[in-house]
Design a protein around this ligand. Structure first.
Ligand SMILES: Nc1ncnc2c1ncn2[C@@H]1O[C@H](COP(=O)(O)OP(=O)(O)OP(=O)(O)O)[C@@H](O)[C@H]1O
Ligand SMILES: [Mg+2]
Length: 394
């Protein structure tokens, strides 16, 4: 019998026993009502016999005898006795049913107790299957993809499958982490090498040559800024991965958030014109400072990957009942292949161009981390040499 059939059978049994219990319960209360009505009727019928004359019967002896006779008649009377007998049978059936129900409810507990007892009786040290399993787990290496846990014991197959699944997931995370560390070190090496190169140049010729002095100072400044930006991005992702970045959600106006982002960008960047295309007061729920950081990352990209003098449009609207914001540029755009990877850490569509513009390939990975924490998604529309629009739907 499969799981579904067992469930249906259990449901039917449960429904049947509930119906039976309701029927018996109702019968019991009905009989109880009959007994009470019967008692009242019998008492009323017997009342005329109960007469008390304090002169003829000063001690109430006559009265006591009459009362006893009346009660005896009521109790031993055929109709009342029959009702009591029926009620007794109904009570008995109900008692048996309740007992069975309690035993059925306690059955799983009994089974758990039995299983625990069986487990405690297993002697792990003398069972060589456990020793084999332990040795096989010890031999596994965290990095070797091809290695799986296998003892060849059919009884351990299920357990091995579960352990292998878990090891697979751990290896994926390990690989991802190792790649992240190696990419991060590689990215840090470049600005350090540049700074060291200029420092050496300064040391040799910079003291006398004014032009070398200025060039070196400018380059060292730019590279240290890039390095600071990279380190901040790495710290954000590392904190995010270890769950140390708090996400404090509240209701806020998405329109106001994008209005502020628009005026800030227009003030900082004079090479592009900024326009806000916003619906009136779109409300959202989320961490406003993290979402504003996302908008800034998108604006930074629009700015970096579109020529001077072009327009950048910031949009806010409701899309399919969800709050949505977007950044659109008329820049270099991307092909489909690149669009599939832009949210990966350290990915740059056009490596040399992005690198020369100071890109590390972490901006959109950070944006994705933030949007994921809000249960939102991205929508990317881009055409090479025409432009890009990236929307966030919350
Ligand atoms: N608006 C855009 N137009 C064209 N290409 C874009 C745009 N936005 C992103 N890209 C491409 O996606 C890549 C990844 O973007 P991301 O913001 O993650 O990194 P970045 O801009 O290179 O560096 P940074 O970490 O400094 O933001 C970019 O290198 C670029 O090739
Ligand atoms: Mg970027």
């Amino acid at each position: 019998m499969n799981k579904q059939e067992t469930k249906t059978r259990d449901k039917r049994i449960r429904t049947g026993s509930i119906a039976l219990r309701i029927a018996l319960g109702s019968a019991l209360y009905l009989l109880l009502a009959f007994v009470i009505v019967d008692l009242v009727v019998l008492w009323i019928e017997a009342r005329p016999q109960i007469a008390f004359d304090p002169v003829l019967d000063p001690h109430g002896k006559e009265l006591a005898v009459t009362l006893f006779t009346v009660c005896k008649e009521i109790v031993t009377g055929g109709r009342f006795l029959l009702l009591l007998q029926i009620e007794g049978v109904v009570i008995l059936i109900k008692l048996v049913l309740d007992l069975l129900r309690v035993r059925a409810q306690l059955k799983p507990l009994d089974e758990i107790a039995q299983a625990a007892m069986d487990l405690s009786n297993i002697d792990v040290s003398s069972d060589d299957r456990f020793a084999k399993l332990e040795t096989a787990i010890d031999r596994l290496s965290p990095a070797d993809e091809g290695e799986v846990l296998s003892t060849g014991d059919a009884e351990l197959e299920g357990l091995e499958g579960a352990v292998n699944n878990m090891i697979g997931r751990m290896r994926d995370a390990y690989k991802q982490q190792a790649r992240f560390v190696s990419d991060a070190s590689h990215e840090l090496r470049t600005p350090i090498a540049v700074i060291k190169g200029y420092a050496d140049m300064l040391d040799r010729w910079g003291k006398e040559d004014e032009s070398i002095l200025e060039e070196s100072i400018a380059a060292i400044k730019t590279e240290s800024d890039n390095m600071q930006h990279l380190v901040e991005q790495l710290l954000f992702l590392a904190r995010g991965d270890s769950g140390r970045t708090p996400v404090e959600k509240a209701d806020f106006s998405l329109t106001d958030m994008m209005k502020e982002a628009c005026s800030e960008s227009a003030m900082i960047d004079e090479q592009h014109s900024y326009r806000l295309d916003a619906a009136e007061d779109v409300q959202a729920y989320g961490d406003v400072s993290l979402l504003k950081q996302t908008a800034r990352i998108l604006i930074e990209n629009a700015k970096k990957y579109s020529p001077e003098g072009t327009e950048i449009v910031l949009g806010v609207k409701m899309k399919d009942g969800r709050p949505c914001f977007s950044v659109e540029d008329s820049g270099i755009g991307m092909d489909r292949e690149a669009q599939a990877h832009i949210f990966e850490r350290f990915y740059r569509a056009d490596d040399s161009r992005a690198r020369s513009s100071g890109g590390t390939g972490l901006g959109l990975a950070i944006a994705k981390w933030i949007v994921d924490r809000h249960g939102g998604r991205f929508e990317v529309v881009s055409r090479k040499d025409i432009g890009t629009r990236i929307s966030v739907i919350l």
